[in-house]
Ligand binder design. Structure first.
Ligand SMILES: Cc1ncc(COP(=O)(O)O)c(C=O)c1O
Length: 438
């Protein structure tokens, strides 16, 4: 064990428990001090390799990079908040132009907010007003946020919804979680039963396709367990949308911004959405939500949807500096992602052979999940073991986050050095070995 929780951390945790309402922390003992590149340090100076990007935010290194930080500092000295919904300013326009240049052709109405849930709320409201239809369809395992509209779509853990209903008119269908196929079938011989289900049951029996405004889909499910669907599923969902005049909303809040090796995760499947929702990494470390619609959908009435802080200049300065860096270094960053992705997946696959509790390894680019099971045959989720692995890694200087019932997400900065990556994987393997007893 290399990490020793010090006095400062203990005292902050105690004070926190007395005053702070609800969080998702679970058993984490990390009390932040500072961050730098591949590393995060706690208040007592303990050093950690970061495989969490602080929930998929720091794609260009912990606490962003020097270029992003200095853009924020410069903007803060000029003007922080500029009431972008009431007054004009140039930077949010420039950033919108830069962002749209990374997206498929034909996109170009950009709406700013402050978080992922707001980016989804906007997509939900826009799709209703564009189509004049009331329902929205989303998937089991999907996470779209926790405000009432987005929460109606979220279906990854019932605790998120318990006691908060009633909800908006949302429909849910099974996602293509092939490791645990809801239909008990095996890909590719399954005939895409999950796509058929939507046609036969959701739209055949529950609500007419004519009344559904949008299908909300994470191209790779994040909170639900880092689930990568087959291409045919994503194509099938796009076809269903087209056949019924339904809009497809890609929730790229977690999967976007080059995390999967492409700017938009949906691009990995050769499919385009009608609306994209982004947040997390797009803000370069500051709070920003962005909803981008297909130009041909038009505009929504002036004043009908807005928020005070959307387009905040400090947040947009971070976002624009981050995007400029990403664009300038796109080729090398993408090459780096491919190399790092292959190294992680290769190592995890070897571990899967060695340890009974590592049941499944899946991912795209640097959005990688390792799912733990008590037994490879029964696939019973190894919930407590997954927690113990995360804790053991923490004790040895590696920050990790869970996803789904028994998955660990491996989402280092896209720019992580090979040395840090290998050290982190060594810590992870030692933890898996210790917990599995193999
Ligand atoms: C795919 C997805 N959509 C939406 C959200 C909600 O984002 P926020 O927490 O910024 O509201 C999240 C957050 O984890 C997410 O992963």
């Amino acid at each position: 064990m290399v990490v020793r929780i010090g006095k400062k951390a203990r005292s902050i945790m105690e004070r926190d428990h007395k005053i702070i309402m609800t969080t998702t922390r679970g058993s984490s003992r990390f009390v932040v001090g500072r961050g730098d590149g591949d590393f995060a340090y706690d208040v007592d100076g303990n050093k950690f390799i970061d495989f969490s990007t602080f929930v998929s935010v720091y794609n260009l290194g912990v606490n962003a990079n020097r270029e992003i930080r200095s853009a924020v500092k410069g903007q803060v000295d000029k003007m922080m908040h500029a009431a972008f919904t009431d007054y004009y300013s140039e930077l949010p326009v420039t950033f919108a132009e830069n962002l749209v240049s990374m997206m498929p052709d034909g996109f170009g109405k950009v709406f700013y907010s402050n978080s992922g849930t707001e980016a989804i709320e906007a997509a939900l409201k826009f799709s209703r007003t564009f189509t004049k239809r009331q329902y929205a369809l989303a998937f089991y395992g999907g996470f779209h946020g926790r405000t009432m509209g987005s929460l109606s779509l979220t279906a990854s853990k019932s605790v998120h919804k318990e006691g908060f209903g009633p909800f908006n008119s949302a429909l849910h269908a099974p996602y293509a979680y092939c490791y645990r196929c809801p239909f008990g079938k095996e890909y590719p011989g399954c005939g895409m039963a999950c796509v058929d289900y939507i046609k036969k049951y959701t739209l055949g029996k529950e609500a007419s396709g004519k009344e559904v405004s949008a299908i909300f889909m994470e191209p790779v499910q994040g909170e639900g367990g880092y689930v990568v669907p087959p291409k045919e599923f994503v194509e099938g969902v796009r076809d269903i949308a087209d056949e019924n005049g339904i809009l497809l909303v890609a929730d790229e809040v977690q999967s976007g911004y080059m995390r999967t090796g492409k700017f938009l995760a949906l691009d990995n499947f050769g499919v385009k959405a009608d609306i994209y929702a982004m947040a997390k990494a797009v803000g370069g470390g500051l709070p920003l939500g962005v909803t981008v619609t297909r130009k041909s959908l038009g505009d929504i009435p002036a004043g009908s949807h807005a928020n005070t802080f959307g387009g905040n200049l400090a947040a947009i300065a971070a976002a624009d500096a981050s995007l400029s860096y990403l664009k300038r270094n796109q080729t090398s960053i993408q090459k780096g992602i491919r190399k790092r992705s292959a190294a992680i997946i290769g190592r995890l696959e070897e571990m899967k052979e060695r340890y009974e509790i590592l049941g499944d390894v899946r991912g795209l680019g640097l959005m990688i999940g390792a799912e733990f099971v008590k037994d490879k045959k029964t696939k019973e989720p190894a919930v407590r073991e997954r927690e113990r692995i995360i804790e053991e890694c923490f004790d040895n200087g590696l920050l990790l986050l869970p996803a789904g019932t028994s998955t660990i997400r491996i989402i280092p900065p896209l720019t992580v050095s090979i040395e840090s990556l290998e050290k982190g994987l060594d810590i992870l393997e030692n933890a898996v070995k210790a917990v599995s007893g193999d």
